[in-house]
Design a protein around this ligand. Structure first.
Ligand SMILES: [Zn+2]
Length: 145
């Protein structure tokens, strides 16, 4: 049995609906774990869903819906825009740590604290995510207004 299967079993035993939703989502989207057959994957998915629903149906379904939304959003490129002025010139606080193996600084954590370099606003809730194609539409539409 693979480690990822054991992790999923641990999630089942612990009965955490969010972890079960994540395991279920990964199982049916085929990200991981790896199965010998589609039938085995299907049985495992059914078991995860059943336990998730039995544990806490509302929390399981809410967590699963959230995972589906973020998966859908991956198909469409987005960018953060400033809540206050709409600028996309934003940065977030982050830490880097030295990696002796690769001999370079590598990103170890990013934080929600976001700064707008257009209006100097700073907040954990500054980003308004918008599809990038909206901006392309604006640029290509005639400036008749
Ligand atoms: Zn701004």
């Amino acid at each position: 049995m693979r480690i990822s299967h054991l992790q999923a079993l641990a999630d089942i035993v612990l009965g955490d609906p969010e972890a079960l939703a994540l395991a279920y989502h990964e199982t049916i989207t085929g990200a991981e774990p790896v199965f010998e057959s589609d039938a085995a994957r299907g049985r495992f998915a059914v078991a995860l869903k059943a336990v998730g629903i039995a544990t806490d149906a509302a929390r399981f379904q809410a967590a699963y819906a959230k995972l589906q939304q973020s998966a859908d959003r991956k198909d469409e490129p987005v960018e953060p825009a400033c809540r206050d002025c709409g600028s996309t010139n934003l940065t977030r606080d982050a830490f880097v740590a030295w990696d002796s193996d690769t001999q370079q600084w590598v990103l170890s954590a990013t934080y929600k604290s976001t700064t707008c370099h257009a209006c100097d606003a700073e907040s954990d809730d500054l980003c308004r995510w918008k599809p990038i194609k909206d901006r392309l539409d604006e640029l290509s539409s005639p400036a008749s207004q």
